[in-house]
Design a binder for this molecule. Structure first.
Ligand code: ADP
Ligand code: ADP
Length: 229
């Protein structure tokens, strides 16, 4: 059984002629980091939203751990059990501190667990010293790490990240890429990210998919991508 299997999904938005994603198929194993690279408008976010259970594919199917994804329209709160997304706009709560932001997804658990888990996530994401700050008092890279910590608090098995490294200066960015890949590997998570930057994808991915006009042109390991003519 594949961890994630995307089988020929398509999606055309209402009012558009061209599909945003067209007949796209791939699969991944647990523990892998997979990136989709493509220009703006190539369908990356649409693919990610379908995998996250936020929009329905019109054709094709997506299976996660052997089970077909629930239809977003059948759910009160859109999203998929076990699959969580770090959105491009980060969606941090502006008037809450770093630790309050991380604690928010944990509020249904008992206090001891909440506190332990917040400590753990502060440590994993290197945010201990900023715990009392507000999101706007953090640098871009720190805000990204906070969004990651907040999403990890939701206990995903598969993490989705939409352009996680855009708008960062080059040094912060390369450091964050290393940190994120360490977090994913150490926590034994699986990651799908989308980016317009091939270099970013090459730095941390087991597999890279190249997208253009809603189609997947190539899907392979960085090594094979380089060795193929
Ligand atoms: P990317 O993430 O690679 O920039 P998107 O998945 O956002 O690509 O967009 C793919 C195509 O679908 C684009 O042509 C875009 O204009 C279109 N599109 C995306 N979202 C919507 C929407 N909500 N309504 C209509 N068209 C959309
Ligand atoms: P306030 O200080 O007025 O509470 P916040 O910006 O901290 O303002 O958020 C207000 C409330 O809005 C939060 O307590 C929460 O219920 C909800 N909220 C805001 N952003 C999010 C988010 N990204 N995820 C979940 N809930 C959110």
């Amino acid at each position: 059984m594949k961890f994630l299997k995307v089988n020929k999904v398509s999606k055309t938005y209402l009012g558009n002629e061209k599909p945003a994603v067209s007949d796209l198929a791939f699969s991944m194993k647990k523990g892998e980091i997979v990136s989709f690279v493509g220009a703006s408008g190539s369908g990356k976010s649409t693919l990610l939203k379908m995998i996250g259970g936020l929009i329905s594919p019109e054709n094709g199917t997506i299976h996660f751990q052997g089970k077909e994804l629930d239809k977003p329209e059948d759910k009160l709160i859109p999203g998929q059990e076990g699959i969580k997304m770090v959105f491009q706009d980060l969606r941090l709560m502006p008037n809450r501190t770093v630790e309050e932001n991380i604690k928010y997804p944990l509020l249904l658990f008992d206090k001891d667990y909440q506190n332990d888990r917040v400590e753990e996530l502060l440590e994993i994401c290197h945010l201990q010293e900023f715990r009392k700050r507000l999101p706007r008092e953090l640098s871009g890279g720190q805000q990204q790490r906070l969004a990651l910590a907040k999403t990890l608090a939701e206990e995903p098995e598969l993490l989705l990240m939409d352009e996680p490294f855009s708008n960062l200066d080059p040094i912060v960015k390369s450091k964050l890429i290393v940190e994120v890949s360490e977090i994913i590997r150490n926590q034994q998570l699986s990651l799908i990210m989308v980016t317009h930057d091939t270099q970013d994808a090459l730095m941390l991915s087991d597999k890279i998919g190249f997208m253009s006009d809603g189609k997947l042109l190539q899907f392979d390991s960085p090594l094979n991508i380089y060795n193929k003519p």
